[in-house]
Design a binder for this molecule. Structure first.
Ligand code: SF4
Length: 323
């Protein structure tokens, strides 16, 4: 069965049950994103609701999902209403929650609930985790090729890490292509740039951001949330793995990780990205307060290229860093 989901969750359970998990965000943003948004608005979704939610609604309806897992705590409050509109269209919906309190027992119960729903043994789930961790180790190598050896672009890093949320539904094929990519990248010359940036926040809906930055001699060597999707800590226990995953919890968990990586990766500045109409825009207040290198806040709304105003703001920011 094809099981869509709204954001990273213990994907091991779905693989262990023999189904194909599909991150609906990836289908949305790599497909005809504007059409997906338009379709949702045609069905009545308001203009001033985040494009990702509208995109996922249309993807769920048009991509033949057998069921959708909605992360109703720890991601986006809009997911509740998204799920209701999907139920109304006769799509089976399964809820998953990351407890805001980071309560270990509650999270373990959520994983167990999912295992019961899919009728899969915990031992089988752990076997899958061991298999996926082998690939995750290779993603750590890819990330290191980005920030330590400067051989991978920010866009390549973004694409590999963001796709590790579901391994494109086929971990074996994903691993094979990853091996080939790492082999090719290891043979490259280092990318020469003026600045090393971090990208903070949800993955961008803007298509040419990384290319625009590279043209201006900036490489993104830290994709914060995309890296979180790749579960880089390799915790032995599956519950610990999803407790260390910073995205669903408070901004203070994210800040701890961000500050560590700013220092490890020797970043010059960060872009704090947020999506129009997203509650996470409020987190930017604390990012600007606690991150002690230059921060530029940018916002994306509709899928597509960078608008002229944001290009100008980035160029002015770069001028400021230079002089
Ligand atoms: S970008 Fe924000 S509003 Fe949009 S789906 Fe993600 S969390 Fe929700």
């Amino acid at each position: 069965m094809k099981i869509g989901f709204t954001t990273s969750f213990p994907v091991e359970v779905v693989f262990a049950a023999g189904h194909t998990p599909i991150d609906m965000n990836n289908i949305f943003v790599t497909g005809n994103a504007s059409d997906f948004v338009e379709q949702a608005e045609f069905d009545g979704y308001p203009r001033n609701i985040c494009s990702w939610i509208k995109g996922m609604y249309s993807v769920a309806l048009s991509s033949g999902m057998n069921a959708v897992i909605g992360v109703v705590e720890g991601d986006c409050s809009n997911t509740h209403s998204l799920m209701s509109t999907l139920i109304d269209k006769n799509i089976e919906v399964i809820s998953f929650s990351f407890p805001h309190t980071k309560d270990r027992k509650k999270l373990a119960d959520e994983i167990e609930k999912l295992e019961q729903y899919f009728d899969v043994k915990h031992a089988k789930v752990l076997e899958v985790k061991t298999r996926l961790d082998k690939i995750r180790k290779k993603l750590i190598r890819l990330d290191k090729l980005t920030w330590n050896e400067n051989k991978v672009t920010g866009l390549e890093n973004h694409l590999w890490l963001v796709n590790s949320s579901d391994f494109n539904g086929d971990p074996d094929d994903f691993e094979k292509r990853l091996d080939e990519f790492i082999f090719e990248a290891e043979g490259r010359k280092s990318i020469k740039t003026d600045f090393r940036f971090g990208f903070l926040g949800v993955p961008p809906i803007i298509t040419n951001l990384y290319d625009f930055l590279l043209e201006h001699k900036v490489n993104i060597v830290f994709n914060e949330i995309q890296r979180q999707f790749s579960m880089p800590y390799l915790e032995k226990d599956i519950v610990d793995q999803y407790l260390r995953y910073t995205y669903p919890y408070s901004i203070f968990d994210r800040l701890k990780d961000i500050k560590t990586e700013i220092s490890n990766r020797k970043l010059d500045a960060v872009l704090s990205y947020s999506q129009s109409f997203c509650h996470r825009q409020i987190d930017s207040i604390l990012i600007k307060k606690y991150v002690d290198i230059p921060v530029l806040t940018i916002e994306g709304d509709q899928p597509g290229d960078l608008d002229a105003r944001t290009k100008l703001r980035i160029e002015s920011f770069l001028d400021m860093l230079k002089y």
